[in-house]
Design a protein around this ligand. Structure first.
Ligand SMILES: C[S@@+](CC[C@H](N)C(=O)[O-])C[C@H]1O[C@@H](n2cnc3c(N)ncnc32)[C@H](O)[C@@H]1O
Length: 253
């Protein structure tokens, strides 16, 4: 985090965090992996919400607050930054595979916290491969929202297994989502949009959120306006393909 000449905290500049355009989500990278969700030290991510071991947590009991929103492949963190003031008491985390991009998001959040005291305390980021480690971070039914905004398209058929939405991965997402929780997906690649919609449509634990509900949901407006990729698509007047689905209950839940 750097200071400008007038002493205020400067936001990090993307050009100092150059990263490869893509990382292979199927290769093994070297970063710490928690053994289970209880192994993740969230006090480190959200110090404002975990004041100290001894004092009561802000919800009045000894239960620490849990992360409720996850932005998968968060890129440069635009969605988290926009969601933060809308849900100031909700903890949210971005998951990002590229290390330099993750570093950028960390610095961005620290700079925003420093220049806006008391704000942006509810957002953080981890470097991880969400295709492999979602259950290492979240317990059953922990999340109320998951976001998949402009994920990498992996056009070639042999690379479809690298896509972050698939029937198999939806099993994992269904496990970590509460009943009624919502998955938001959007892309500017029509074929990927159809793929994500058909995976969600075919999965027995998800159902489409009706249009009237989407119109009333303030989060939906952010899907095209908050993230760096979304802004790029909007500037180029590109078409987008959205699929928003709710986690539903089956008898065995
Ligand atoms: C095209 S970018 C979109 C970023 C952001 N969601 C946006 O809309 O601006 C896709 C991002 O997902 C990340 N990513 C791809 N596969 C991932 C994985 N398996 N786990 C975590 N992040 C991943 C990439 O590194 C990249 O930053």
């Amino acid at each position: 985090m750097s200071k400008s000449s007038n002493g205020s905290t400067r936001l990090p500049r993307k050009r100092f965090y150059r990263a490869r355009a893509h990382s292979n989500p199927l290769s093994d990278s070297h970063f710490p992996i928690p053994i289970s969700p209880s192994d993740v030290d969230y006090s480190h991510h959200f110090p404002h919400f975990f004041p100290s071991e001894e004092c009561d947590h802000e919800n009045g009991d000894k239960q620490p607050k849990k992360v409720r929103f996850a932005d998968i492949g968060c890129g440069f963190g635009g969605l988290l930054v926009s969601l933060s003031p809308l849900f100031p008491d909700t903890l949210m985390i971005g998951m990002e595979l590229r290390d330099k991009v993750t570093e950028y998001v960390k610095e961005r959040i620290l700079a925003l916290r420093a220049s806006n005291p008391g704000q942006y305390e509810n957002i953080s980021v981890v470097r991880t491969n969400s295709m492999k480690y979602i259950p290492n971070y979240f317990e059953k039914a922990q999340l109320s929202k998951m976001f998949f905004l402009f994920p990498d398209p992996h056009f070639k058929e042999k690379n479809h297994r690298r896509r972050v939405i698939s029937i198999q991965l939806l099993d994992e997402y269904a496990y970590v989502m509460e009943i009624g929780g919502i998955i938001y997906t959007i892309t500017d690649v029509e074929e990927l949009g159809e793929w994500m919609r058909s995976c969600l449509e075919d999965h027995p634990l998800f159902e489409a959120v009706p249009v009237e509900e989407l119109e009333a949901d303030p989060v939906v407006k952010l899907l095209t306006s908050a993230t760096e990729e979304g802004k790029k698509v909007a500037r180029n007047e590109g078409e987008t393909f959205r699929a928003v689905y709710r986690r539903i209950m089956l008898n065995e839940d």
